[in-house]
Design a protein around this ligand. Structure first.
Ligand code: GLY
Length: 287
């Protein structure tokens, strides 16, 4: 029984207030893991990150070049169930919407207007995604940089907000991985991140669960989470995580893993990746 979570990879930044939220989320998620299951635990943990406004997901989401918010999320289980949403706005908890896609539809990914219509049909209320603090930051970035040139996207990875994700295994051996993101500052509207794509930024099979963070285009092109999932058949979580960041050293990213034996794994090739894990014995934060 183990829960591991990350709140983004990128350049070094001041972490203290974010560590408090991270620890609270891990403790809360672990309570749910013990009382319920891995699915409820991952959803609870990611929702805390989405709600707090400190990370690039949900309330803290970054803005597109048009000043809008377009969020992505994906959830996947070791039973082969999966749901994801892309380019959604006006939703408080994208991870919850991804779960509804998984549980209530015959589809895997819903995007844009269709995903939002589905959210309303499920009773999810409108929530203003464009937060004033993010708009202020957007104008600061615009005054300093030409965001139209998307190839400069790596320059924005130093923003101290990250994609969030969690992976858990419960006492029945159910494994679940989930990821949620606002994407990357100044992205073009309609851009789909790795986080929303099963096998790219989020993946789960019977050997383990994986959530990636970092430069989504690179993670997406290499299907890094799927690659890691295949390796988990023969290697433990930490070995796989380390191998992946070495193999894909041209991509700025990090990943967390839980394997079928309840081992945690994490690695990153960015300056830092804030995250942590919790089991019956330990609560460990890494950065
Ligand atoms: N990895 C998150 C993103 O690129 O949007």
């Amino acid at each position: 029984v183990l829960l591991i979570a990350h709140v983004g990879a990128g350049r070094k930044y001041e972490t203290s207030s974010r560590i408090d939220v991270l620890k609270d989320a891990l403790k809360e998620g672990f309570k749910v893991l013990q009382k319920k299951d891995a699915l409820a635990s991952v959803i609870t943990t990611v929702k805390i990150f989405e709600e707090c406004g400190l990370f690039n997901a949900g309330t803290g989401s970054v803005l597109t070049i048009s000043g809008t918010v377009e969020m992505d999320a994906c959830i996947m289980t070791s039973e082969g169930k999966c749901g994801a949403v892309s380019c959604v706005t006006g939703i408080k908890y994208p991870i919850e919407l991804a779960r509804l896609v998984m549980e209530k539809t015959d589809h895997v990914i819903l995007c844009s207007a269709g995903a939002m219509e589905f959210a309303r049909s499920c009773g999810l209320k409108y929530f203003p995604s464009v937060q004033p603090e993010r708009v202020k930051k957007f104008h600061e970035l615009l005054s300093k940089n030409d965001l139209k040139y998307y190839k400069k996207v790596k320059d924005f990875l130093d923003d101290p907000y990250g994609t969030v994700g969690a992976c858990a295994i419960d006492r029945n051996g159910l494994i679940v991985a989930g990821t949620s993101t606002g994407g990357i500052w100044g992205k073009l509207p309609g851009r789909v991140s790795d986080s929303a794509i099963p096998g790219a930024g989020t993946y789960c099979n019977s050997y383990g669960g994986i959530s990636c963070t970092g430069h989504g285009e690179g993670v997406l092109k290499h299907c890094i989470a799927y690659f890691a999932g295949e390796l988990l058949e023969k290697m433990d979580a930490q070995k796989v995580a380390t191998h992946c960041v070495e193999k894909f050293c041209d991509v700025s990213f990090g990943l967390i893993i839980v394997d079928k034996n309840g081992n945690p794994g994490y690695a990153y090739n960015t300056e830092m990746m804030l995250g942590g894990y919790i089991n019956e014995k330990d609560l460990l934060v890494f950065e």
